[in-house]
Ligand binder design. Sequence first.
Ligand code: IPD
Length: 264
Amino acid sequence: MADWTDCLNFGISVAKQASKVVLTAFQQEKEVKLKSSPADLVTETDQRVEMIISSAIRSQYPQHRFIGEESVAAGERVELTDCPTWIIDPIDGTVNFVHRFPFVAISIALTVNKQTEFGIVYSCVDDKLFHPQRGRGAFLNGEPLHVSGQEDISQCVVVTEIGAERDDLALSTMTSNIFKLLKLPEVRALGTAAVDMCQVATGGADAYYHIGMHCWDIAASAIIVREAGGVITDTDVIAASSAAVASRIAQVIQPFPCSRDDDD
Ligand code: IPD
């Protein structure tokens, strides 16, 4: 099996450099633009941080490819090939960033042959670095992570979000699904999919549910959950501490038809 540890370490050093830009801008006034909805924002910092990360990686690994949230927003196609591909969300939790709600993360994953080799979720404000590697476990600031292993849905803390899609169908599906989840366990939301999913990996939450996610929102945190012993299903995204909990949530929620990132 090829060893991607050098790339992981390089990605971590780049994420830490980029976080200085995020943290400086976090305290300042931002110029904000709307993307698809008032819950889907972009700032100059999102674009700058993506440029810093992709330029640094490109000069170190010129053959590698990239899928980045803001490059795609600017018109680049999403194309996942077998080549080493870095999937980047420069600021996951842009709405939090704009409002100074203190959960924002830089999320980076590397896929090779369409399989995720490692992830990096750097929760900048609280200085928490999540770094899983395929087959080698998931870590938080160097310490190993394990899901709770909870199998009883009535004992679960479920993390979820309303999401960025604000048309009537998306909103009514999501709110009715949250209503159904509220009858089962405790529900929480932090405003960043990447950090939300990392809570499942730490065992602090037992499941995560969200519809309409993009690959850059979840590429890094999905491998964190898996390497911490959890499961990821696809209805629409459920990350859970056990297959039993994932399947119970899938029975309760109403699926929602989402487009794929690589739909043209
Ligand atoms: C958003 C966050 C949020 C989720 C949205 C995402 P962004 O990512 O992950 O938690 O509910 O669906 O779009 O836009 O801040 O990178």
